[in-house]
Design a protein around this ligand. Structure first.
Ligand SMILES: Nc1ncnc2c1ncn2[C@@H]1O[C@H](COP(=O)(O)OP(=O)(O)OP(=O)(O)O)[C@@H](O)[C@H]1O
Length: 338
């Protein structure tokens, strides 16, 4: 192994930012700090290429330590970490960090550099031509919803918190990383901006399909963003690793049950689509009911019922009603399966 992380973009640099992603395998990783603190006793986790995995758990359980071991800001004291088939513990840490985007809570933009210079940092370090860096910066600012002509010349202190966060994401994506690590990326902005940034971020991820590991304290954020959620307890112990719907519907341990809380039913509705098997036949006299589309989240269907003061809705597929969803059936979708 030569310690270089190879991706599709190495073969074709013009495809940079659109296709490359690497799987991540953590094999029994451990971290004992010099003072004896066992932050991570032993953790194994498989993350598929293009998957967005959220690490969540109480304060001090080792989430940030895990994240920083992946880009070797922290050296593991045991175990193996693979990016694709490359062992990161044998890779050159500087080269490795150029291939791994890292977004932190307060973004960490360089205050005395313009937005464009910030976003172009890693491509410049990689020796891209000025023209290629400029094109890439404009493309990235566009992708994160900032007009390059308006924002490119500004300095970080001339931006709102949400705009700074977007610049941080653009910078992390600039050199076509194979992996994106995000430590509480949205927690420094207010709840309304946070929800908007999360939605934009999901759209962005649908486009770039990076492998992303995101640390958060916020269960709603985890449920909204994660393809899978890893719930950790003290010492980096993996309590459960599942999709949001399974995690909320079938907590694997008492710890997870308590962690996801009493309102997990309502959260589960948000990640459960209304499917054909939840529907009753359409009676001839029910045409005045509000309509929702098949596949709408049960949470959104409930919102329609509540705002129209009805206890059933018609469910459409291809513009035609295919069944009736009653409030009773809808609420049963939020019931735990254990
Ligand atoms: N440099 C260090 N030296 C000694 N102990 C450390 C060091 N850094 C972190 N720790 C300890 O390791 C444990 C895990 O810390 P870590 O920051 O990974 O947790 P976390 O889950 O990310 O916490 P939070 O949610 O509060 O950010 C904690 O007990 C912490 O005090």
């Amino acid at each position: 192994m030569d310690g270089t992380v190879k991706t599709a973009a190495d073969a074709d640099p013009d495809r940079a930012g659109r296709t490359s992603a690497a799987s991540i395998s953590l094999h029994g990783i451990r971290k004992r700090y010099p003072d004896g603190t066992e932050a991570v006793r032993e953790l194994s986790l498989e993350i598929a290429a293009g998957e967005l995995v959220v690490l969540i758990g109480p304060s001090g359980c080792g989430k940030s330590t895990v994240l920083r071991m992946i880009n070797r800001l922290i050296e593991p004291t045991g175990g193996r970490i693979l990016l694709g088939d490359t062992d990161v513990t044998h890779a050159d840490p500087v080269e490795l960090r150029r291939r791994i985007g890292y977004v932190i809570q307060n973004v960490g933009l360089f205050p005395h550099q313009t937005v464009s210079a910030n976003v172009g940092t890693v491509p410049r370090l990689q020796g891209w031509s000025r023209d290629r860096v400029r094109r890439r910066v404009e493309e990235l600012l566009d992708i994160v919803g900032l007009d390059p002509a308006q924002f490119g010349r500004r300095y970080p202190h001339e931006l709102s918190g949400g705009q700074r966060q977007r610049v941080g994401v653009a910078r992390a994506l600039a050199a076509d990383p194979v992996v994106l690590l995000m430590d509480e990326p949205f927690s420094a902005v207010d709840p309304i901006v946070r929800t908007r940034l999360q939605e934009e971020f999901l759209r962005l991820q649908a486009e770039v399909r990076k492998t992303i590991v995101l640390v958060t304290h916020d269960l709603d954020e985890a449920v909204r963003l994660g393809d899978r959620i890893a719930v950790l307890s003290e010492g980096g112990r993996l309590e459960q690793y599942d999709s949001p719907a399974v995690l909320l519907g079938a907590p694997a341990t008492p710890f997870v049950r308590e962690f996801v809380g009493a309102d997990r039913g309502i959260r589960r509705l948000a990640v459960t689509p209304v499917g054909a098997d939840a529907l009753d036949p359409v009676p001839a006299d029910e045409v005045d009911l509000p309509h929702v589309a098949l596949g709408t989240s049960a949470y959104d269907a409930l919102a329609v019922m509540l705002s129209s003061a009805v206890d059933r809705v018609l469910v459409d597929a291809d513009g035609r009603p295919v069944g009736v969803l009653t409030r009773h059936r809808l609420l049963s979708l939020g019931q735990p399966t254990t």
